[in-house]
Design a protein around this ligand. Structure first.
Ligand code: B12
Ligand code: SF4
Length: 495
């Protein structure tokens, strides 16, 4: 059996980093971990190939090679996913779909022979057993969420490391909180399941064995969701990093209450965590209450500062469009982002994702507009009627985006963030020798010579290089990111 695993193309989004990657000589940020995991679940006898449309094109000869086409995708990838399905179907192939889009959409799904909703650790082996008997079903959905003890090591062998800027692994699924707008808890549950220490470190081993050095994203919905297990993991992770001379610079996602746990913060620092993405959402207490985000309590600016003081750059998500948002929400968000020194702030308009508590409430209140969310929360679209006047909300949102991604604003936050995140040692990265020189030349030529905002670039670069000579890779990354966010914003027609 020959299986072609296809990851459809992403549009240009916040996380695509599409305008920043060419400076690094990379094509995409992460390989598709879902498909690599699926590959780990295929019977040994299967031949397999991975095609990631974000780094390469799909040739007819590759489709013809396969017996079955396995396609993954988020909502944001649906246009490309539909195209791939159509092409492969026309060539007479058996189509198998899975991933977040087919799991959570309310739309009619493209024609596929087999659809997997939710996690595949138990359903995929079942499918192959059914297939052998000639009794494969159209839809598979596990009655229970699988324990992660049965999750395989993702098939990292399929990845061409040269094309990606970061690798990813997953330690846990699910989150114990109950934010109203969140689909994670509906898809992955409110009881965070984790892998064992041995499992996750075996994935570290495999990545290292295959030659990866540099950033490694632990893609958990909330890394500290199961604090008991994380506390047990940290000593082993620290030991592994020390023993292997810190080959990975770690980043993850966590809830803001991480700031309340000194012991955990210290051990994350020791384990080599350099960045953490927080769901801050809003500085407005009433809106946090409405969103049932009780974990974001206390002084959020202090929480951010505390995490930064352990050498972790804070990235964060922000939302406007809550019923309780006051008229001055836009200025308050801008002020908060500025004050907190969060360079990479992802601001979105509230959207109701299918199956969430928010979706159900808006449905009861007759406020849903009948559209699925676009799947990309950083474009100015709404799929429900907000309390605030729509024009005011959209214009206010655009003002935030225009302001926070102005080079002067982004660079100021980056400088403040560098200042607040002291480091004891350089982080593992991909840019040594000639590669570093090439990245520097590309960035300084494009942003320091050709770009209209070159003055801002040099002002940032000179100040940052003067104060943080030993963090050159971070400085260049910030310059590239500032450019990405500005271009992304311009592509939304906001200038
Ligand atoms: C890591 C991550 C990212 C990464 C990497 C994405 C990548 N290339 O893989 C980054 C940071 C780039 C990212 C970006 C975005 N993301 Co994202 N991301 C995640 C996160 C946290 C983990 C994904 C992951 O790797 N999981 C681990 C693997 C093992 O799980 P899995 O993919 O679900 O796969 C399992 C099953 O689904 C199934 N399966 C998956 N595919 C297939 C295929 C077949 C054929 C079969 C049989 C089974 C199967 O089997 C696997 C094993 O059980 C998820 C949340 C989550 N818990 O999944 C959000 C999530 C997938 N992201 C989401 C969103 C919205 C985005 C963005 C649009 C955000 C934005 N505005 O920019 C962007 C779009 C991407 C882009 N490049 O522009 C949403 C998707 C919602 C939806 N219904 O589509 C999620 C669910 C988060 C959320 N709260 O809503 N994301
Ligand atoms: S903390 Fe994050 S993952 Fe957890 S429920 Fe809230 S939004 Fe979802």
């Amino acid at each position: 059996m020959r299986v072609l695993l296809v990851n459809p193309e992403f549009p240009d989004t916040y996380w695509s980093f599409r305008h920043a990657l060419p400076f690094e000589g990379k094509r995409c940020v992460f390989p598709p971990l879902g498909l690599l995991t699926v590959s780990g679940l295929l019977p040994r006898s299967c031949e397999r190939r991975l095609i990631d449309l974000n780094v390469e094109t799909l040739k007819n000869s590759q489709i013809d090679w396969a017996d079955m086409i396995f396609i993954t995708g988020m909502l944001a990838q649906k246009k490309s996913l539909h195209e791939v399905v159509k092409r492969c179907k026309q060539r007479g192939k058996l189509i198998v779909l899975g991933g977040p889009y087919v799991t959570s959409t309310i739309e009619e799904l493209p024609y596929a022979d087999h659809i997997f909703q939710g996690e595949a650790e138990t359903t995929l082996p079942q499918f192959f057993a059914d297939l052998d008997r000639g009794e494969a079903k159209r839809t598979y959905k596990a009655p229970e969420r699988p324990p992660l003890a049965i999750a395989p090591i993702p098939d990292f062998r399929l990845v061409n490391f040269k094309r990606y800027s970061c690798m990813s692994v997953q330690y846990s699924r699910g989150c114990p909180f109950s934010c109203e707008f969140c689909d994670i808890i509906e898809i992955y549950g409110r009881v965070p399941r984790t892998k064992s220490n041995q499992q996750i470190l075996a994935e570290f081993d495999e990545l290292k064995r295959l030659g990866w050095r540099g950033p490694l994203f632990i893609v958990d919905d909330n890394f500290i969701g199961n604090k008991k297990n994380v506390r047990l993991l940290m000593p082993d992770m620290i030991e592994w990093q020390k023993k292997n001379d810190y080959p990975f610079s770690l980043l993850t996602e966590a809830s803001v209450n991480l700031a309340d746990d000194d012991e955990l913060l210290n051990s994350m620092k020791e384990a080599g965590f350099r960045r953490v993405f927080l769901g801050i959402e809003t500085p407005v207490e009433e809106s946090l209450k409405e969103a049932q985000k009780s974990q974001n309590r206390g002084n959020l600016l202090d929480s951010v500062r505390k995490i930064q003081s352990r050498g972790m750059e804070v990235m964060a998500g922000f939302i406007v469009g809550f019923d309780n948002d006051p008229e001055d929400i836009f200025e308050r968000q801008i002020e908060f982002i500025r004050e907190s020194a969060i360079p990479m702030a992802m601001v979105g308009m509230l959207n109701a994702l299918p199956d969430t508590q928010l979706w159900k409430r808006l449905e009861r209140e007759g406020r849903l507009l009948g559209d699925d969310a676009s799947g990309n929360n950083t474009v100015a679209t709404l799929n429900f009627t907000p309390k605030m006047d729509v024009e005011k909300l959209v214009n206010g949102y655009k003002t935030i985006m225009r302001t926070i991604y102005k080079p002067s604003e982004y660079y100021r936050r980056a400088l403040d963030s560098l200042q607040r995140t002291p480091q004891d040692a350089p982080e593992a990265h991909q840019y040594h020798g000639l590669k570093a020189l090439k990245a520097f030349v590309r960035i300084s030529f494009k942003l320091g010579v050709l770009d209209a905002e070159r003055r801002e670039f040099w002002r940032f670069f000179i100040e940052a290089a003067h104060k943080h000579q030993d963090r050159m890779v971070e400085l260049l990354r910030h310059a590239a990111m500032a450019y990405h966010f500005r271009k992304l914003n311009e592509s939304y027609g906001d200038t």
